[in-house]
Design a protein around this ligand. Structure first.
Ligand code: UDP
Length: 368
């Protein structure tokens, strides 16, 4: 029997942040991670061409929460970076999220901001959807109408989730704004950036504390009987913890194809989305993130898949109902004071990185 004050399961953002907060409050922490590396899906590394690539796809840090920003800045400097995305539609690279310039370039009409709004209202007026919006499709059409929905959202969403967009929650659409201005940024948060030495290095520093021991390549479920602690912070899959007793929750995974080209730049933005063409959803060109000046360039083609490491929760009614059943069990365990469930997988929530850290700060700060 091994004794620690706290056991943390999973070395992603939820687990590393929790471990740090516990350690700083004087607790001896054992962090267990089944992969052979820390940092979860934020894991990045410098490849042989000197380019920092994100093994599990593009991660851009953005937050409006000054507490979260302060926390991450204790462990890394951030490079000033404001993310821009282009969407490849009708053979053109167009700004995405849809804004005034997107409309101008797509329809060849340069409307002033006020007229963009009336243009979109007219698009919406000519479209059919439920009011109030019941699902992803309604939500998007209620903002931009059917024509733009078909060009920018429908194909991408079907590829990404392998579901009819009518089955998906309107909340997914709320991640992507629609703008009548010329603001071409993907995010408008107050704080945005990329850790200058990468996410892995930042998270190594989060874990660099005398009270934290890290065990890699070990599955918690294989050794849980051997562990003894006052508290377990669990950040893994929600349904797995309970032995899938209420049935399986769906997770969406991704497959990446990394290719290095012998050219300085491959595409005109860090990320290009492909809603309608090809089988991938997006291509990411990594050197943009840290403005790495090297002669070659590495990109990843991103293919959504059903099986594999969990990346995304799938916000359908069925999954949300199943989630509720599991969350009732979670609440019972949490009331005992012996467990905390936090993070994208453990709470079955489509959190961004900053929201994960925010939750961990909220849940663990009674110890801090
Ligand atoms: N989406 C879309 N077209 C795009 C980009 C996004 O339809 O060009 C939809 C799609 O359903 C996607 C969701 O918006 O899953 C959220 O997009 P986001 O960029 O936030 O996805 P993430 O970076 O989390 O994969």
């Amino acid at each position: 029997m091994v004794r620690f004050d706290a056991v943390v399961v999973g070395a992603g953002l939820a687990g590393t942040t929790s471990a740090r907060l516990l350690a700083e409050s004087g607790k001896k922490v054992l962090l267990i991670e089944k992969r052979r590396h820390i940092a979860g899906n934020c894991y990045d590394y410098k490849n042989e061409y000197g380019i920092t690539v994100h093994k599990y796809g593009p991660h851009i840090f953005h937050t409006n929460n000054s507490r979260v920003w302060k926390f991450v800045n204790r462990f890394s400097k951030f490079r000033y970076y404001q993310h821009r995305v282009l969407s490849y539609v009708d053979g053109k690279y167009l700004p995405f999220p849809i804004n005034r310039d997107t409309i101008a370039e797509l329809f060849g009409v340069d409307l002033p901001t006020a007229e963009v709004e009336s243009f979109l209202r007219e698009e919406v007026r000519r479209s059919k959807f439920n009011i109030p919006p019941q699902n992803f499709e309604d939500q998007v059409i209620s903002q931009v109408g059917e024509r733009l929905y078909e060009k920018f959202f429908k194909g991408y969403t079907i590829k990404q989730w392998n579901k009819d967009p009518k089955e998906l929650s309107a909340d997914i659409a709320k991640r992507v704004p629609i703008r009548s201005s010329r603001d071409g940024r993907y995010f408008t948060d107050k704080y945005q950036g990329i850790p200058v030495q990468g996410y892995t290095r930042m998270m190594e520093r989060i874990l660099n504390h005398e009270n934290i021991s890290v065990l890699l390549g070990v599955n918690y479920f294989d050794i849980k009987e051997e562990l003894k602690s006052d508290l377990t912070v669990y950040t893994g899959k929600l349904d797995e913890f309970f032995g899938y007793s209420f049935g399986r929750l769906e997770y969406r995974s991704l497959r990446f194809e990394f290719i290095t080209y012998d050219m300085e730049y491959y595409q005109p933005a860090a990320v290009v989305n492909y809603p309608n063409d090809y089988d991938w959803t997006r291509i990411t060109e990594y050197k943009y993130f840290l403005d790495e000046k090297v002669p070659k360039t590495t990109v990843s083609y991103e293919y959504p898949v059903g099986e594999g490491e969990p990346y995304y929760v799938v916000l359908t009614k069925e999954n949300m109902m199943r989630r509720e059943k599991y969350m009732k069990e979670v609440k019972k365990l949490e009331r005992s004071g012996e467990y905390i469930f936090v993070g994208r997988l453990a709470e079955y929530k489509y959190y961004n990185m900053d929201q994960v850290i925010e939750k961990a700060l909220e849940r663990l700060s009674f110890n801090a």
